[in-house]
Design a protein around this ligand. Structure first.
Ligand code: PBG
Length: 337
């Protein structure tokens, strides 16, 4: 008779996976509402909200509706929102001059939100792309052959000071110009805003995953076929060491939080940044990451809730302390039960 097969194992990792309560005891990563930052789009007008066609479930809010949304998010335990304006196209020009209007849409939105929900942390982008008719994050050189780094930084400093004046908690330079974090820190301090933080988009890649966002804020042109590409300032997806260099520069210039963007396809970068610094790390699960899960779920090809939670957990496991995600509200609701 054949001898009974015996493995004689001392270690059986499956013992820790037997039932939910055992798995919960040994879970290494936990997603909390407090980890999430909700990006929100704001528009002019009385229409309440309009759905963004390439981002089902995400809306452009008018200011009144935005304030209600922020109250709800705050009640759900979400600590912060990042506001993005969608401007009427008549307000855009080559210099992005509307960005320096003290009463521009996003600044009115900031004041309204901070007045209604002062406890909520409010973050605004410092970049010119919502304001320029060419869609670039800065102003162009005379020859129109480059984004003019230093002239752009000068404008970004003024923009950041206006945002601080309006009451934001963090300004978030997302333009990838050289030296902007240090210049903005100096400008904020000189204007008396030593308590306003900088959340730096430090390792921001030139990514196709931003497609739906550009649709949302109407800044698609620079992303398209014109000769001057955002690749001249956003990072090459091929690079890893360069991300650490950008992060270290931003920290030395005064960044309070550094960010990696996108998140899901760049988990290795998040981990490497986490290991390289003690500064808090944010990750941005961008529009295309959201939309691809949504679209596949709508086709019945993926389980929306499980994919959503797995994607976010993976970003946290990679080392992100906080995640900007369009799923923020749904996840916070689900966590509340
Ligand atoms: C603008 C900005 C972009 C995003 C955030 N800030 C787009 C871009 O650089 O073209 C993308 C966010 C997303 O895709 O969700 N500077």
């Amino acid at each position: 008779m054949a001898k009974k097969f015996e493995l004689n194992l001392t270690q059986r990792p499956r013992r820790l996976r037997r039932q939910h309560s055992r798995r919960a005891l040994v879970a290494e990563t936990v997603l909390r509402a407090e980890d999430l930052i909700a990006p929100l789009f704001v528009v002019e007008g009385k229409g309440g909200r309009e759905e963004i066609s390439s981002m089902p479930g995400v809306f452009r809010h008018n200011i009144v509706d935005l304030v209600n949304e922020c109250r709800e998010l705050h009640d759900l335990g979400i600590p912060a929102v990042a506001l993005f304006p969608k401007l009427d196209s008549e307000l855009k020009d080559a210099e992005g001059s509307e960005a320096l209007n003290e009463d521009t849409l996003v600044l009115r939105a900031v004041r309204a939100v901070k007045k209604a929900v002062p406890e909520l942390t409010v973050i605004t982008d410092v970049a010119l792309d919502p304001y320029t008719n060419h869609g670039h994050d800065g102003v162009l050189t005379k020859a129109l052959d480059d984004v003019d780094n230093d002239r752009t930084v000068e404008i970004l400093c003024a923009m950041a000071v206006l945002q601080a004046k309006a009451g934001v908690d963090f300004v978030a330079p997302s333009d990838m110009m050289d030296g902007r974090v240090g210049a903005i820190r100096k400008a904020l301090d000189a204007a008396g805003f030593t308590g306003t933080g900088i959340l730096a988009y430090s390792a921001k890649y030139n990514s196709a995953y931003y497609g739906p966002f550009r649709d949302a804020v109407g800044s698609a042109r620079a992303a398209g076929t014109n000769l001057l590409s955002k690749a001249t300032y956003q990072m090459n997806p091929a690079n890893r060491r360069e991300a650490i260099r950008e992060v270290q520069l931003d920290i030395s210039e005064g960044a309070d939080i550094v960010m990696v963007k996108p998140a899901g396809p760049y988990l290795d970068i998040i981990r490497e940044v986490r290991n390289a610094t003690r500064t808090p790390v944010a990750a941005y699960q961008v529009s295309g990451e959201y939309s691809q899960i949504k679209a596949a779920a709508e086709l019945g090809w993926l389980d929306l809730v499980r994919c959503r939670d797995e994607a976010l957990l993976a970003i946290k496991r990679a080392g992100a302390d906080m995640i900007l995600t369009y799923f923020a509200k749904d996840v916070a609701k689900a966590l509340k039960g």
